[in-house]
Design a protein around this ligand. Sequence first.
Ligand code: DX5
Ligand code: ZN
Length: 214
Amino acid sequence: MNDLLVSASVLSADFLHLEDNLRQAVAAGSDWLHLDIMDGHFVPNLSFGMPLIKAIGSLQICPFDVHLMVTEPDMYLPACKEAGASLVVAHAEACPHLHRFLSNCRQMGMKAGVALNPSTGPECLRYLEDVLDFVLIMSVNPGFSGQRFIASALHKIEQVRSLVAPEVRIGVDGGVNAEWAPKCVAAGADTLIAASAIFGSSDYKAAIAGLRGH
Ligand code: DX5
Ligand code: ZN
């Protein structure tokens, strides 16, 4: 079983005090940072872009992943690499050539991940075993932080766990809090992504410990 990692999703940080917030989250026990890119087409929202990702990368405070909620994920790979991303995640629904996308991530020296919307089944992962490092189970419809966890994600985590190799990490993203986190871990998730549960708390350390079930 892979170690349990917590990744603070920057979307709910205080953008006016961003560096301070991110340093505090990492000091409080967040292993990774999760950076959400939205293009207003794949999801009905915009977040932030590559200049901010590069700025966060330049802090070098911990590894980070880029979650691409965009219609053309391949376009952003060089910038993700330049910013220092450890992992890039594209949506299966947005990417007709997933195998090529994942291969390109690896060739550029980054880990390669696939995100699945709540309504997307795990079958599309079946033929990716030679290029897949990470699966991101969306437990909300992507586009916004602060939404409620969709319970059917738990069964999907179990299905994905039995489908992919043991070393492939399974992350869960959306509505993850101290109530849902242990259920996700019991189902087979090893990476917990949370925005509001961490940045919405006045005590990041307690919030992250709560996600870990302590
Ligand atoms: C949603 C994003 C998530 C979001 C999670 O589209 O992909 O990473 O920031 O926010 P919470 O944890 O508040 O649901
Ligand atoms: Zn995300």
